[in-house]
Design a protein around this ligand. Structure first.
Ligand code: ZN
Length: 173
């Protein structure tokens, strides 16, 4: 059962005819009403989220379009024919100006409101932070103070922090 709304293609991008909704495997699909073959399956969009770990801590950034006070790990769309590991490295360079290496897979998360499949990585990075036009503020949180939050990217942070915690020696061991 799909939790997401019917795709918004009102007209067929192939032939310009109206589209109609159709249920396929319990998912709402838009198909061309003139039967030219177009179908929009509303597949999730892959988006890479990156936990950027610098020697000082993890970088959280504020997007120019967000309300004030909200910070998150950086995210970016996967380019055509790009592997998500490469997206993680590229986005870290583009958005923060940092050279990243060691992209480690953290997990997959669903961001329902935008039907995005979040593919989360952690990278190590160094260098002076230089934000691009998408960001207007950042903060660096020491790893031992980092906590996740209740969205897809926040869940990735929580999982990553928990994995690090599991790797640390217990005080009584
Ligand atoms: Zn059509």
């Amino acid at each position: 059962m799909s939790h997401f709304s019917v795709p918004s293609y009102e007209y067929c991008p192939n032939c310009g005819a109206k589209t109609r909704s159709k249920l396929m495997d319990e998912h709402a699909v838009k198909v061309c009403a003139a039967d030219c073959g177009f179908a929009h399956f509303n597949n999730p969009t892959p988006v890479v989220a990156v936990i950027v770990e610098t020697p000082e801590g993890v970088v959280l950034a504020h997007n120019v379009g967000w309300p004030g006070g909200i910070f998150s790990i950086i995210t970016g769309y996967v380019d055509p024919y790009e592997l998500p590991e490469q997206t993680a490295i590229r986005e870290t360079k583009e958005e923060l100006g940092l050279s990243a290496y060691d992209a480690t897979f953290v997990g997959h998360y669903m961001f329902g409101p935008k039907n995005q499949l979040i593919i989360a990585y952690a990278v190590k990075a160094h260098g002076p932070i230089k934000m691009n036009h998408e960001l207007d503020e950042y903060k660096v949180i020491p790893v031992h103070k980092l906590k996740g939050w209740k969205t897809a990217t926040g869940e990735a942070v929580t999982d990553w922090v928990n994995t690090l915690g599991a790797l640390m020696p217990k005080p009584n061991e």
